[in-house]
Write a protein that binds this ligand. Structure first.
Ligand SMILES: Cc1cc2nc3c(=O)[nH]c(=O)nc-3n(C[C@H](O)[C@H](O)[C@H](O)COP(=O)(O)OP(=O)(O)OC[C@H]3O[C@@H](n4cnc5c(N)ncnc54)[C@H](O)[C@@H]3O)c2cc1C
Length: 387
């Protein structure tokens, strides 16, 4: 097959799409509005579904050094009592990969490193797209056989071609995140309180990613997020407030959480296809948004390696919408359970988790992670792909 493709957005989804399409024999250009690819974000959890997809994209070797060895984890209540203890090694054994904490900046750098220089063009903000493959920016117009909208939750591509869609909405919560250096003994942990959760995920290089999510009205900003969090988590178990206290103020990121609560009726029109958050932004309570962007990219590349564009996009749409839109709904429900605020409901939720056997907890967590990627077929049969 093969042809020319323009990918809009050099986030996790856009870079994976570019890698996959190149593997399938396509000529690819990525347009990114940021002036440069820099160190962005904090940590991100990659589940086995995503790690298997990254292998299929041929970047497994680049990702492996970013993944710390799997350990054990706990969920505790606000007073520090263990609700459930689980073992990431069990997940590894069951699904062939662990839950991996990686730094988002390291992940993006590894993905960028898998593309030839000159593939990603920074400082180009796309302002419009047509279904027949024309892409507009301040610099002019460009054409391609395929356009991939990987431009995130506030997608210009979705706005242009799905104008009736209401767009993202606030999910009723907000999140704070940071990465700490020099934490050699970090573990996977979650502490759940009333309307708030605090979690940690170890990263390679003795770093620890922590996140705090809480119910909040849209648009509430905190002048000093660290001071706000120190007050908010006063009296929480050890390993909560002290991690925040050790974090330099300028490392604390704060974002309201938005999602595409109204599902899109299709992910493709004409020569244009959406993937990642542009197609199905979800709340982060399953830790699957970025993983699904990686899945999308792998499925798209696989289909384009075997079918002409119209058939590949129709199949992509039929395959990806049910899975991703179901996970958007499940993530919302997981958020409601994590951030439940009524004291009676908090006690009931905690009791339910406490009664779950550890194995049941791992099994429940791992359901979305059981997905496996389809193969991307090499464009030249005498040169099989190496993975
Ligand atoms: C607090 C929080 C925690 C999360 N934790 C996890 C987790 O643990 N695991 C997980 O899998 N997911 C997690 N996610 C979700 C994950 O971050 C997203 O699903 C993922 O980043 C989506 O990738 P993407 O490439 O689709 O979009 P993005 O990462 O948003 O990338 C879009 C890119 O497009 C560019 N762009 C936008 N508009 C234009 C334009 N007009 N022209 C050119 N370029 C443009 C942007 O600059 C950006 O580089 C979390 C999200 C949040 C908010």
């Amino acid at each position: 097959m093969g042809g020319t493709a323009i990918v809009i957005g050099a986030g996790i989804g856009g870079l994976c799409a570019a890698i996959g399409l190149r593997e399938a024999g396509w000529e690819v250009r990525v347009l990114e509005r940021a002036e440069r690819m820099g160190s962005v974000g904090a940590g991100i959890g990659l589940w086995p579904n995503a790690l298997h997809a990254l292998d299929e994209l041929g970047v497994g070797e680049r990702i492996r050094p970013l993944v710390p060895p799997p350990g054990t984890g706990t969920m505790r209540d606000r007073r520090g009592r263990v609700l459930v203890h689980w073992d990431n090694r069990e997940l590894h054994t069951a699904l062939g990969k662990p839950l991996a904490g990686v730094h988002r900046a390291d992940l993006l750098e590894a993905l960028l490193g898998a593309l030839p220089e000159g593939t990603v063009h920074t400082g180009i903000e796309v302002t419009g797209v047509t279904a027949n493959g024309t892409v507009r920016s301040a610099g002019g117009e460009a054409e391609a056989d395929l356009v991939i909208g990987a431009d995130g939750v506030r997608s210009v591509v979705r706005n242009a071609l799905w104008p009736a869609h209401p767009g993202p909405v606030h999910g009723g919560s907000t999140a704070f995140r940071a990465v700490l250096d020099d934490v050699p003994d970090g573990v996977v942990s979650t502490v759940v309180g009333a309307g708030t959760e605090f979690g940690t995920l170890p990263l390679a290089g003795d770093r620890l990613y922590w996140y705090a999510s809480m119910r909040a009205a849209p648009g509430v900003t905190r002048e000093d997020p660290k001071a706000f969090l120190l007050k908010h988590f006063d009296g929480w178990p050890p390993g909560t407030r002290d991690l925040i206290d050790r974090t330099p103020s300028d490392r604390v990121l704060h974002n309201d959480l938005a999602h595409l609560r109204t599902p899109l009726a299709s992910y493709a029109t004409g020569k244009v296809v959406l993937l990642g958050d542009a197609a199905h932004a979800m709340l982060p309570f399953l830790g699957q948004g970025g993983c699904l962007a990686i899945e999308d990219a792998t499925v798209l590349a696989s289909l384009l390696s075997r079918h002409p564009v119209p058939e590949a996009l129709a199949r992509y749409d039929a395959e990806r919408r049910p899975r991703t839109q179901k996970l958007v709904r499940l993530a919302r429900r997981a958020g409601q359970a994590s951030l439940v605020a009524n004291p009676v409901a908090v006690a009931a939720r905690n009791q339910l988790v406490r009664l779950l056997p550890s194995r049941g907890h791992v099994r429940r967590l791992s359901v979305p992670a059981r997905w496996r990627p389809p193969a991307i077929v090499s464009p030249s049969p005498d040169r099989p792909r190496r993975r």
